[in-house]
Design a protein around this ligand. Sequence first.
Ligand code: HEM
Length: 406
Amino acid sequence: MLPEILSRPAALNRRLRDDAPVFQDPESGIFFISRYEDVLAMIKDTATFSSVMGGKSTRAIESKDPEVRAIMAEGYPNVPTMLTQDPPLQRRYRKFVDGAFSPANLKSLEPFIEQTSHELVTAFIDRGECEFRADFAAGLPLRVIASQLGAPMEDLHKLLEWTNTFIANLSMQLDAEGARAVARSVVEYQHYFVERLEERRRSPTDDILSKVVNASIDGEQPLNNAECLSMLNQILVAGNETTASTFTEGVWLLINHPTQYDIIRRDPSPEIISCFVEEVLRVTSSSANSPRRTTRDVELHGVMIPENAICFARFASANQDDAQFPNGMKFDITRDNLKDHIAFGKGVHHCLGAALARRELNIGFQVIFERLENFRLQPDAKEPQFSPNALLHGLPSLPIAFDGIN
Ligand code: HEM
């Protein structure tokens, strides 16, 4: 959990895969599961590896600090829904949103994604440089999610702030004051979205928020506010942060791998861009680790994991496992098993937004390759550093220069 290791975990992950595939972190007591086949087996076995953390949560807002609890009491209770729930309840919640993320619904979003990508590039192309994360990578998913969650464009900064709040909530790097600040921001988010929920109940539109709020599955009551808020916060964090980090690292990988970049320059077809996107998803694995709680004693590779222990499914490590991806730490868009990565997880919790993220990444990069080339770090910029976060992996900024294509 040291910040310097969290921000550069690849070497540690390799040692774990080679020498200690089940390793208990001495500080936090968390068990790290690092090999591809073990991570896959673990996330499929939801009876043994539960997503309901109970009193074992690593999230700041579930801390026992009385001040954090007092702040949270002014908001809505934290209800375990999709990501933080097990089947059959997890499936019940998924049913409320699956329709909103259906292929037909996503198809209708494509023109908006393309137009927004062009608008973002137009805003900085003449400068010949930009801060790629803020100016494009974060901007595109944020606008897509805002358009679907009924938030007006002038509130984009609020959505970004709350996304950052939820990420800090997961980081395991907060002191007491940091945890309280996160709690205050979460309560503010809750009150803001309850107003949006009421609006959509009164007058539904065709956005995702309306579908979530008004869906009634199998004759059941529609979701209540606390349930909706839990689902929305997952969509907000998962939808913004992970996609933004994948876009950003995609450009950073191009800068560092000119021969791979040349393959795309020679043939920027949708097929090649799709291969590039899949390899960026694998190498980035922005949802790097995901927690599970054991419901019984389990023995794995000779290590006894006791009941009620927290384990991390280390997706980022699994995706670099040489046993699954030959020379797994290498970025190679010509691999023949590009789609075997588990950057979107697998099984019942397989990412709700995977198809949306793929549309955003493919269309966004298509526009980027049409209009920009010759990416490089700005001459006076320092080497970018990844954020230290226990669960999420990403570059907080990427100052680049480029040539515009006329
Ligand atoms: C590159 C982008 C993305 C990556 C790498 C990613 C990664 C993941 C992973 C690994 C999981 C499974 C976690 C687990 O098993 O514990 C997951 C679940 C989830 N993702 Fe994504 N995600 C991305 C984009 C999105 C988007 C755009 C949305 C929504 C708009 C989204 C919403 C969700 C939700 C709601 C879940 C929980 C599903 C469940 O537990 O039933 N994600 N994502």
